[in-house]
Each structure stands twice: as C-alpha cells, then as structure tokens.
Design a protein around this ligand. Structure first.
Ligand code: PLP
Length: 394
C-alpha cells in the first residue's frame, strides 16, 4: 500500500502547501478522502469546477467527444472547438477567440497580442497593478509584483510597470504615449478578493481615450459567471479590448481563452501565435456544457446564491467583530478579511469538514462550485461559526 503523502514528498518538487488529505473521489460539491471523510468543497479546484465535480453532463460530453477523438492538433477544423468559439462570441459580443491550455498561457498570449498591436504604433509599455495575479510564466510574472512569486528568478520582461491598485493618481503618472496596454483584474482573486472602485476604472478608460492603449481584463478567476455576470467587468460600464479566461470555462479540464474585440482580428497573421494542445476537443466539449448551463438559468442563480452568502457572511461578521473585519466580493467569489492569519481558519474549517482557502495572508477566499444552493451556504456558515469560536486570538 503506497503512503501517498510520503511518496509525494519524496518525488514531487515541494512547491505546493497541500491540505492533509488524500482524495479518493469527488462528486457535486463534496470531496471524499481515502479515510472515508466527506468534505464540503468551497474551493472548487481554485474556482475551476464551475459545475462541481463529476457533473453528469460534463462526463457525458467527455465520453462522447473522446470516443470520436481527443487530440488532433490545430492543423484541423474541429467542430467542438468551433462550436465553443461561436457560443463564446455570441454570449460575450467579443469578435475573436484564441484557445490555450491554462490561464497563464492565455495571459502571455494576450501580452503578445497587445505588443504586436503596439509594435506598429511605437507603443511598448504595459502597466499592471500591485496585488494582481496573472500566472507563473515569464510574461504573466513580468506584470506582477509579489516577491514570493518572483524572487531570484529574474530578469523579467522589460517595459513593464506596476502601479497601485485603486490609485488613479499613480496610474496617471505611469501612462504616456508609449503605453501599449493596461492589464487588470476587476476583482483581484489571489490579491485578497479586492474589487476595483468605479473611479479607478473610469480613470483607466479616460486615459485610454487620451493615450490610445488596449485594456486587457484578466477574467481567469472572476469570469465565466462567477460574480453573477459572465465577466466581472460587467459590473462596471466598460468593455476591455482583450479578455482572458481559464479555470471555470473548462468545467474541470484545462482550457484557456483569449477573447478580443473585432478591431484586433488581423493583428496576428498565420504563425504569429500557436499551441499544440490549446483548444483540445474534449476540453472544448466540456466548455460548451459550462456555457449552456450558464445560459439555462445558472447565471441568474449565482447572483441569488451569492447575495444569500453575502448576507450570511455579514451576520457572521456582526457576530465576531474582533475576528471578521470585512466581507468582500461579488456573486460566488467572496472573501472575509480577518484580524488573524487566514491559514488558521482554513485548518479549523477542515476539522469541520469544509474546504476553503487563504489568500493574501488574512483573507479567507470562498469560490465554491457555481451550482451550490442555499443549503450548502447554510452548512458552510454553520461550520464557519463553529470554527471561529475555536480560534483563540491570544
Ligand atoms: N489570472 C488569475 C486572475 C488567476 O487567478 C490565475 C490563477 O490562479 C491565473 C491568471 C493563472 O492561471 P493558471 O494557473 O491556469 O495558469
């Protein structure tokens, strides 16, 4: 019998802080470990399992597509990929789609697309924001500032600036005629479920008018319905030029997307960008199921369940004012700013058979499957209350 934890320590690079459970199976919003414990999943594979685990329609789509073929490469016209692109453009109003395998690959592609657009215009600078998270490849890392992700791994891409999030004055000082693009998460996920304030967003678009740069929205975590609208930026009255998606869009399989407005359709010529696996037929088939479910009522339900979750979290904050300082987020992307290390609460919640996640030190992040209902929220809130009672601040 393999001791999986020991074997993992011996064989895999120790880059992850894993939860102390070996998973046997997962279904809906439940995860079962090999010791027979059942956990309520408020992490959803880090905002990935939009339809929960083992959703029957996702399994059916995988079965159906994999019996036809799994991988062909992008030398072929593949119905699953083209159907997904058609649906995405119809649902979002964006004109063009490029499929990748992951979020960071979508971000690097988006940076390349913007740079190629900027090349003809003498624009080479990109500005992004402190606390942002865009991935682990060099393009994405070059537009991030957290030392943990970057220390001693430079040099990074040149001409990249990091400006204070929600700081319009600092942004203005960082923008000029050479600015090619501004990259942001309208709700920062890893950065602590922090929302852009409307004045800041307005300033970005005001400067865009003046200096003519592209706005790239990183919707990898907040997109695909998580905030109750298809994109997180739809809570503001703006339309970025380029949008990146990943996580939820694949319904559990690796899939990333770059969406662009039609005016960028000809920026890339044949061969300008590519990938072997991106737009894999099976992942596209599951992506289509996610979009269909969102269209068939799920999107409306997310807002309703999200509002309920928020009201319950506010009650918890009122009950524990010394421990819970702020309720953050929109829809089913919620955060609790705590007065102590959120890792302690994650451990305590695990004792109460609930899985959640800490980000940015003192924030408990909640990104459950999008189809949870009020019963699961109530179950989570009960465990949260019991866990908070257990936490001793001294
Ligand atoms: N952008 C955001 C907002 C993310 O939350 C993440 C992952 O957490 C990424 C990009 C990177 O995505 P991936 O891990 O699929 O490369």
């Amino acid at each position: 019998m393999i001791n999986y934890i020991e074997e993992e320590h011996r064989t895999i690079f120790q880059t992850y802080k894993r939860l102390p459970l070996v998973v046997d199976k997962a279904e809906g919003c439940r995860i079962y470990d090999t010791e027979g414990n059942c956990y309520l999943d408020f992490l959803a594979g880090i905002a990935v399992n939009a339809l929960g685990h083992s959703h029957p329609r996702i399994i059916e789509a995988i079965e159906k597509q994999s019996k036809k073929y799994m991988h062909l490469s992008n030398y072929f016209y593949q119905p699953a990929q083209i159907e997904l692109a058609k649906k995405l453009t119809e649902m979002t109003g964006y004109g063009r789609v490029f499929f990748s395998n992951s979020g960071t690959e979508a971000m690097d592609g988006a940076i390349k697309l913007a740079r190629r657009w900027g090349f003809d215009r003498g624009k080479t600078e990109i500005t992004a924001f402190s606390g942002g998270f865009h991935g682990r490849t060099y393009g994405a890392l070059s537009v991030m500032d957290k030392p943990l992700y970057k220390d001693k791994m430079g040099p990074f891409l040149p001409n990249m600036k990091i400006s204070g999030y929600n700081n319009p004055q600092e942004l203005e000082a960082n923008i000029n005629q050479s600015t090619c693009a501004v990259i942001l998460e309208f709700i920062q996920g890893e950065g602590g479920v922090t929302m852009a304030v409307p004045d800041f967003v307005n300033k970005i678009f005001e400067l865009k008018e003046k200096y003519e740069f592209l706005v790239i929205a990183d919707e990898i975590q907040a997109g695909t319905g998580r905030t109750g609208k298809f994109f997180g930026f739809e809570h503001y009255n703006v339309k970025p030029d380029i949008v990146t998606l990943a996580k939820g869009i694949g319904g559990g399989l690796p899939l990333g997307v770059i969406l662009s407005q039609e005016h960028l359709a000809d920026v890339w010529a044949k061969g300008s960008h590519g990938t072997t696996y991106g737009g894999n037929a099976v992942a596209c088939a599951t992506g289509l199921v996610v979009l269909e479910e969102l269209e068939n009522g799920l999107l409306d339900k997310i807002s309703e369940t999200g509002d309920y979750l928020k009201s319950k979290l506010n009650e918890v904050m009122n009950q524990f004012p010394d421990k819970v300082l702020e309720v953050r987020g929109r829809g089913l992307m919620a955060g609790l700013l705590l007065s102590f290390d959120a890792g302690l609460l994650v451990e305590e919640l695990l004792n109460h058979k609930v899985i959640a996640n800490a980000c940015s030190g003192k924030v408990l992040r909640l990104v459950p499957p999008l189809l949870i209902g009020k019963n699961e929220v109530d179950e989570f809130i009960e465990a949260l209350r019991l866990s908070l009672v257990q936490i001793n601040l001294n």
